[in-house]
Design a protein around this ligand. Structure first.
Ligand code: HEC
Ligand SMILES: [Cu+2]
Length: 321
């Protein structure tokens, strides 16, 4: 397992210009806080181990503080901490300005809408090649990408630590964020505003790839699903229309539900249920029959399927590549 795929490391490295200044700021503030703690601890130890003064000496010292500028130490302490805090404030404002917008026009704009507890991702929102997918964002490497952020229900927050800071998604509002990956790779993202029972299982991935690979992915996603041909898959599509189409869309079929992840190219995704499980045929069928065990309170009910319906449905889902 490489460093970058260990969970803690998601937040400990930067892979692009929108997150690097934030990462350095984080370490600088940590260093400042640790420094202050150490200074306080040192002063405290000095005070503890100093020879205990007699009552008479204490009275004399009190006198001294007011009379010969003994308050200077207090003044220096106050001014130093004020200066440090002001410097930290200026540095923070500078970082905010530095990451506010990319240095050049974004190559691409995508729209991400947060739902309890998954992410809808839209490409070419108002264009001819508009398509939706879920929980997996592809971007060309080395290019700034604008992300318009919406929410369908409550406040969530979009965070890909290696690529940018956090931005909330707020119902009725569009917030803007930009991300850029300077190296190809898979970057984990996470909802970072508590939004209910499955907040922790509201993850996603950003996959940064070469322009050619990105374009290949885009073209495949923009296609509608082919009609099933095998007998099992045709029956499976009927099961899908009965049991699933009220919530899920498969473009190219009559299934047009909007309250759940689009399944047109389900097979192309690495994970299902917002990062809860790897996308294998077995996990998909487990999910369909037991979402309430895998993600209690998720907005998909457990669906009981007869063995024959299960087999047909699996055959149909296997065509959604
Ligand atoms: C009442 C609405 C509803 C119905 C009916 C429903 N689903 Fe879902 N489904 C959802 C929601 C909501 C999610 C997202 C859950 C989450 O990740 O929190 C989901 C997620 C999924 C996923 C994971 C997709 C991904 O990329 O993460 C699959 C696969 C899926 N459903 C298949 C089905 C199938 C097949 C049926 C019919 C047998 C079905 N669903 C019926 C609402 C529904
Ligand atoms: Cu959330």
């Amino acid at each position: 397992m490489s460093l970058q795929s260990t969970p803690l490391a998601y937040i400990l490295y930067s892979a692009g210009p929108a997150s690097r200044p934030v990462l350095i700021l984080g370490w600088a503030l940590t260093a400042l806080c640790v420094g202050v703690c150490l200074a306080i601890a040192a002063l405290l130890l000095i005070a503890v181990f100093r020879r205990r003064a007699s009552t008479v000496e204490i009275a004399a010292e009190r006198e001294a503080i007011t009379e010969h500028g003994g308050g200077r130490a207090v003044l220096i302490g106050t001014l130093t901490s004020t200066a440090l805090l002001l410097a930290a404030l200026v540095y923070m404002l500078w970082v905010l300005a530095a990451v506010a917008s990319p240095s050049r026009q974004p190559a691409l704009t995508i729209t991400v809408t947060a739902y309890d507890w998954w992410w809808k991702v839209e490409y070419d929102e108002n264009g001819p090649q508009h398509f939706k997918t879920a929980n997996e964002i592809h971007i060309p490497v080395g290019e700034p990408v604008q992300v318009n952020l919406k929410s369908a229900d409550v406040i969530h927050a979009f965070w890909v630590p290696a690529l940018a800071g956090k931005t909330q998604t707020i119902p009725g509002q569009v917030n803007r964020q930009w991300i850029q990956a300077d190296r190809p790779g898979v970057y984990r993202g996470q909802c970072t505003q508590y939004c209910g029972a499955q907040h922790a299982h509201m993850a996603f991935e950003v996959i940064a790839e070469s322009q050619q690979d990105y374009q290949k992915w885009f073209d495949a996603q923009a296609r509608v699903a082919a009609a099933p041909t095998s007998a099992d898959a045709v029956l499976g599509q009927r099961v899908f229309m009965d049991r699933c189409a009220g919530c899920h869309t498969v473009r190219g079929s009559d299934a047009a539900g909007v309250q759940a992840p689009v399944l047109t190219h389900l097979l192309s995704r690495r994970l299902i249920a917002a990062g809860a499980l790897p996308n294998t045929p077995r996990n998909v069928m487990d999910w369909i029959t037991h979402p309430q065990e895998i993600k209690p309170q998720a907005l998909m009910p457990d669906i009981a399927l007869s063995p024959a319906d299960g087999r047909d449905l699996a055959a149909y889902l296997a065509t959604l590549n």
